[in-house]
Design a protein around this ligand. Structure first.
Ligand SMILES: Cc1cc2nc3c(=O)[nH]c(=O)nc-3n(C[C@H](O)[C@H](O)[C@H](O)COP(=O)(O)OP(=O)(O)OC[C@H]3O[C@@H](n4cnc5c(N)ncnc54)[C@H](O)[C@@H]3O)c2cc1C
Length: 404
């Protein structure tokens, strides 16, 4: 009988436990410092749990070496993940953009089937019992727990997650445990997080949503761009498209700006044609109504203001240059970036334990045989849309094979 200690009962740790438990001579101790397993999962996807994405591939991931994800995705990709969950009794639905959710629309369903899956003779689940240290002890490991226990193990899998969302259990433990065993990590930055900008325009638009192309610029250079939903907030912008470019902001230094193309399906000339036509058919309307019908009313008025058009003017009084300014504002609404909202509001950690210290084919440490790591603690983070959980399942499965 071989003993495996898995530190962390989140997405990747539970997957690792179930995978390792397929070998009946493996005895698994799953340590979870919180009162329940899967705490973060329960809050994922706005409580719906976006557990995967049909389009997950290397391009959905970030880190110093994104090729690192390939063996895990190849061995246990989206298809295998969906089969696995089907086997546990979970029915899923896939949205047109590839996002996979439980049919119930409740994250509880995902956590519940995982909890049922953990109920096996060779898995011992210890909740409210965290690992405080893990070290080599001869040819085995010694893991100390918050309950004062000292567990001897043949294998250790670190699945502690990252630093994001401390209220849901995000901690530095995984990094510390691995660093104490000789591993190193990159700088950590919050990702999939709201962006703080000059609040002048966003504050007045609080609660308004728009479909836009969002691009991050450092001077004239574009760092990232994404099309999708943007939500204006008191302090800046949020929403799925903003989450996806937040990594570039979080890691991109100072002097950044966010450029919104609010009429992405039209060229600037087409917007101009639309505005000229509007001037012909509705010259009597207040000038700040020029984009009514094309954009959310409040947003349209704000774009006019940004283009220096005042509500005291009438559309018919506007010159072509003034119309051109509004068309330009709709195509390039620029907000100066002040930063990102921080780990408290982030969904994921960009950065982590250096992946070159782990074998991508097994997720075993290159420094300490028998030590494995999976999930967010490694220097891999995904885009918004189910990619982070897919990495947790894929890497948890690979680590749980214990090198086989
Ligand atoms: C609000 C929110 C919404 C999200 N929504 C989505 C989504 O819809 N789709 C998606 O793909 N991703 C989503 N994510 C990201 C996703 O949840 C994580 O990337 C994923 O859970 C990481 O899995 P993990 O196993 O590495 O870590 P976690 O799931 O965080 O699990 C780590 C576990 O380890 C435990 N632990 C830590 N230290 C110790 C210790 N010393 N001893 C014992 N236990 C310890 C923690 O308590 C935790 O339970 C979301 C994240 C947040 C915060």
């Amino acid at each position: 009988m071989k003993t495996t200690v898995i530190i962390g009962g989140g997405a990747s740790g539970m997957m690792a436990a179930m995978t390792a438990a397929r070998e009946s001579d493996n005895h698994i101790l799953l340590l979870e410092r919180q009162a329940r397993v899967g705490r973060k999962l329960l809050s994922s996807g706005n409580g719906r749990c976006n557990l995967s994405n049909l389009y997950a591939d290397r391009t959905s991931y970030h880190g110093a070496d994104t090729d690192f994800v390939l063996p895990a995705l190849k061995r246990f990709g989206v298809g295998e993940t969906l089969d696995f969950f089907r086997g546990l009794g979970l029915i899923t639905v896939t949205e047109p953009d590839g996002r996979v959710y439980p049919l119930s629309n409740h994250a509880n369903s995902v956590v519940d089937v995982l909890r049922f899956g953990l109920q096996r003779d060779n898995i011992e689940l210890h909740t409210e019992n965290g690992a405080v240290y893990s070290r080599r002890n001869g040819s085995r490991f010694l893991v100390g727990t918050t309950e004062g226990g000292h567990i001897h193990a043949d294998y250790v899998i670190v699945a502690c997650g990252g630093a994001a969302a401390p209220k849901l259990g995000g901690v530095m433990d995984g990094y510390r445990l691995l660093e104490e065993m000789g591993h190193s990590r990159t700088k950590l930055n919050p990702s999939l997080v709201q962006v703080k900008t000059d609040p002048t325009y966003p504050r007045a638009l609080k609660g308004v949503k728009a479909d836009a192309v969002v691009a991050v610029f450092a001077g004239p250079s574009i760092l990232a761009a994404k099309r999708g939903e943007v939500l204006f907030t008191e302090y800046g912008v949020s929403g799925p498209a903003v989450f996806d470019i937040s990594r570039a902001i979080s890691t991109g230094g100072d002097g950044l700006s966010v450029h919104l193309d609010l009429l992405a399906d039209l060229t600037e000339d087409e917007v101009m044609t639309f505005l000229v036509r509007r001037r012909e058919i509705a010259p009597h309307l207040p000038a700040n109504q020029m984009l009514t019908g094309a954009l959310h009313n409040r947003l349209g008025q704000m774009v006019c203001k940004y283009g220096r058009i005042t509500s005291s003017q009438r559309i018919g009084q506007l010159s072509n240059d003034e119309l051109r300014a509004v068309a330009g504002a709709a195509k390039e609404f620029v907000l100066e970036v002040e930063g990102v909202a921080g780990f408290d509001s982030a969904q994921v950690t960009a950065g982590g334990i250096n992946t070159d210290e782990f074998n991508p084919d097994t997720l075993e440490s290159r420094l300490i045989p028998g030590l494995f790591a999976c999930g967010e603690v490694l220097d891999i983070d995904g885009d918004c849309g189910g990619f982070n959980l897919q990495w947790a399942w894929s890497s948890g499965h690979l680590a749980g094979r214990l090198g086989k």
